[in-house]
Write a protein that binds this ligand. Sequence first.
Ligand SMILES: Cc1cc2nc3c(=O)[nH]c(=O)nc-3n(C[C@H](O)[C@H](O)[C@H](O)COP(=O)(O)O)c2cc1C
Length: 347
Amino acid sequence: MHGYRVVLAPLTRQRSYGNVPQPHAALYYAQRATPGGLLITEATGVSDTAQGYHNTPGIWTPEHVEAWKPIVAAVHAKGAVIFCQIWHSGRVSSYELQPDGKAPVSSTEKGVGPQMSFDGRLEEFSPPRRLTVEEIPRIVDDFRKAARNAIDAGFDGVEIHGAYGYIIDQFLKDSANDRTDEYGGSLENRCRFALEVVEAVAKEIGGQRVGIRFSPFSDYLECHDSDPHSLALHISTKLNDYGILYIHMIEPRMAMVEGRRVVPKRLLPYKEAFKGTFIANGGYDCAEGNKVVTDGYADLVAFGRLFLGNPDLPKRFEIGAELNNYDRMTFYTSDPVVGYTDYPFLE
Ligand SMILES: Cc1cc2nc3c(=O)[nH]c(=O)nc-3n(C[C@H](O)[C@H](O)[C@H](O)COP(=O)(O)O)c2cc1C
């Protein structure tokens, strides 16, 4: 697979102490940078109400912008392109992570039950407060300002996090959107918040610097839709009106075919509906990635866990080298080195 088709998927690593990106992130991202390669950062909070976990980075203060600059510069020095994934967790948060211990904000008052994390910890969330129609423009504007800050920090663009059960997904999907106003009910209404964010961000920094990520088939964090196909088709078509650069979409979970785990490859209708670049993600390896790019099913393929454990993943794919195993026990630990920058390179 050509190196420039191998995208680093956004990966939360929880090593940004007090929401401030740290110098060790420059090494981590630079390790994964290759000429022409695209890196997407971990989910990065757009405001002080956006955090769902400890030690995730932010991009809403001048201090955050300054802290990102050397990280972006280290990636650019290796000839790669880096987009900042801008994120609001919505109801996936707790009093403890909110300013003045207030309730997290969301599309709904329905909370998320405790979740078992990858490494076996139990995560609990506080009951959310439903945003009023009057308050929604504030959140849209937080995304706009975060995008501006990302450009000021040197990023080549932003990826709006519309996936995996966070605030945009909470508005998109009917399991989490029980509103009766113009932001709920019909497909048009449930997509309104996402499209307002896209419009504001694209106006602020230019559509060609904007991508958006969706996981229509995911049920992660109790966010699922009764008709994910129609939702994905609707939003992929609508996004043509905003001139954005790419859609990044996550496959349904692995399917079993003749006893073998395979990528379901269900995203073609959405790639065909959208005129920009299409990035596929979710369970890919080198062979499956090569296949979908050759077949024209996807323009680029993003790799999460394999890239986490293999800083030189493009090189390994190119020469067919063995891969390091990733260690899920250190995905979210706060050590600045262990499980972060200490995965070995070939030679
Ligand atoms: C440790 C870890 C952190 C993740 N953090 C994010 C994140 O911040 N934003 C996001 O959109 N997805 C996140 N994901 C999902 C990945 O980007 C990707 O969609 C998922 O791992 C499936 O791709 P893969 O099979 O190539 O790993 C995370 C996944 C893992 C394993």
